[in-house]
Design a protein around this ligand. Structure first.
Ligand code: ADP
Ligand code: MG
Length: 237
């Protein structure tokens, strides 16, 4: 069976600058796959390519064995893909509950949106802020709501771009549990994150991007001692 997500040989050029240069990766059902690398490495750009917001100069994206390279973001969402953004994209004046409801109503019609929202509020422990407007939330909590919006659509593949930025230790620990439980439900989770504690603890596989190229991949315990990875991060951590 092919991997749920297969990305091959992706190149993206901005002006004369290669933001991605032949990058590829795999994400499996039931696993948390990490994508790490210094600022400007191309991580968010690769997410844009995977979800169809940017056309690559070269390369292919396949979901569930189907080539989706030519499909737009809405069609890819229908193939079970959801993502969060590094820059938060909540509806600021809507309550947390209504932000989740808008997303749930876009999900599979089989399930009642209100029921999905109740389950997500429970799962993410958002009761205490459910009726607060999104723009009142601390960043860490707002990121959790954004993840809630992404899972409301019941994706097979979820891309999370720095979801733990702005979370405190307690929130990050709870978040690690959430990522694990999403994977245990059979979802493929692809995680861009700077918190190395979280990445090492929760990822099954790890890819390292530097200057648009994947320079290392494998289990976190192997990748963390790779010489080229240490060199890419020198001065960063
Ligand atoms: P990361 O998410 O790993 O920090 P990005 O994917 O945001 O990296 O950026 C990769 C490179 O592409 C950087 O050099 C960045 O300046 C450049 N870049 C990103 N988006 C654009 C854009 N819309 N136009 C021009 N250059 C961009
Ligand atoms: Mg980024």
């Amino acid at each position: 069976m092919p991997s749920l997500l297969e990305v091959d040989d992706v190149t993206v050029v901005f002006g004369g600058n290669r933001a991605l240069d032949g990058a590829g990766l795999r994400a499996e059902r039931g696993a948390v796959t990490g994508l790490i690398g210094p600022n400007g490495a191309g991580k968010s750009t690769l997410f844009d390519v995977i979800c169809g917001l940017r056309n690559p100069t070269t390369g292919t994206v396949a979901i569930g064995g189907k080539d989706v390279t030519k499909l737009g973001p809405a069609r890819r969402a229908r193939h079970g893909l959801a993502r969060t953004f590094q820059r938060l994209e909540l509806f600021g004046r809507l309550s947390v509950r209504d932000n989740l409801l808008v997303a749930a109503e876009l999900g599979p019609a089989k399930r009642k949106a209100a029921q999905v929202v109740t389950e997500i509020i429970e799962r993410l422990a958002l009761h205490h802020v459910a009726d607060h407007s999104a723009d009142e939330l601390p960043t860490g909590t707002a990121r959790l709501v954004e993840v809630g919006r992404a899972i409301a659509a019941r994706p097979h593949l979820i891309l999370l771009d720095e979801p733990a930025a702005g979370q405190d230790h307690t929130e990050t620990d709870r978040f690690a549990g959430l990522l694990r439980s999403l994977a245990d439900d059979g979802t493929a989770v692809l995680l861009v994150e700077h918190d190395m504690g979280l990445v090492m603890n929760v990822c099954d596989e790890l890819y390292v991007l530097d200057l648009g190229k994947i320079i290392a991949s494998g289990p976190p315990s192997v990748v963390r001692s790779d010489a080229s990875v240490l060199a890419a991060y020198l001065g960063e951590v």
